[in-house]
Ligand binder design. Structure first.
Ligand SMILES: [Zn+2]
Length: 227
């Protein structure tokens, strides 16, 4: 009775198109599920996401689940996940992506899932990293440990001056870093993020991870921006 009343007052809406969800629908409506723009990157190693890193940084595999279109379903999903605390979307998409990545996981032997760290200030404002639930779902479904502490974001230096150009360059180059011990050697890290646009953030993260002896990096994201 109370549940019915709550549903009446706060009807559940599709996170992709805002239409009312039916009783048997959860998070995303059937119409949106039907229209999701899959990239099928897992079937083609030489895909757009992998190509972003050609000649820049060696990665083993790159792949995104969906194409990101302005004003499309995926943009709404990412927006609701990122800014409206709809963390269940991450779980949903993580499960979908895990399904695609099962075969690759067996051949590539990923050993740890590493999320791109959120800036501490953002984390404080938002209260959560938007890719945590996505990463946790990948971790559960693919049976790969989730490690959110290995890679971290350096705080911006407050002492930057015009004279310090070289130093500043160094700071921007080391926006991300790793804290590791011997147990972190010889790993194949699966680095994850929500959307890949220029790939600059992921590149900086991968560079930091590759400082660990005998490590390999693969990259997966929820969405790929066509630009
Ligand atoms: Zn929908």
């Amino acid at each position: 009775m109370l549940k019915n009343l709550i549903n009446l007052l706060y009807p559940k809406l599709c996170n992709g198109c805002n239409s009312l969800l039916l009783k048997n629908e959860y998070t995303i409506c059937s119409a949106c599920i039907h229209d999701l723009p899959y990239t099928n990157h897992h079937k083609l190693e030489d895909n757009d996401t992998t190509k972003k890193f050609y000649g820049i940084i060696p990665i083993e595999f790159g792949g995104s689940l969906f194409y990101f279109h302005q004003k499309g379903i995926v943009q709404n999903l990412v927006h609701n996940l990122k800014y409206r605390n709809k963390q269940e979307i991450g779980t949903y998409l993580g499960k979908l992506h895990a399904n695609e990545l099962k075969v690759l996981t067996e051949s590539k032997k990923f050993t740890e899932i590493i999320p791109v760290p959120l800036h501490p200030k953002r984390l404080k404002e938002r209260g959560y990293n938007q890719i945590t639930t996505y990463g946790m779902a990948l971790s559960t479904e693919l049976n790969i440990p989730y490690n959110p502490t290995l890679l971290f974001r350096n705080r911006y230096s407050k002492t930057q001056t015009k004279k310090d150009r070289e130093k500043r360059k160094e700071v921007s180059n080391s926006l991300f870093d790793v804290t590791f011990s011997e147990k972190d050697h010889n790993q194949h890290f699966l680095l994850i993020d929500d959307v890949i646009t220029s790939g600059a953030t992921l590149e900086a993260c991968a560079k930091a991870l590759l400082k660990i002896p005998n490590s390999k990096v693969s990259i997966v994201t929820i969405a790929y921006t066509l630009s």
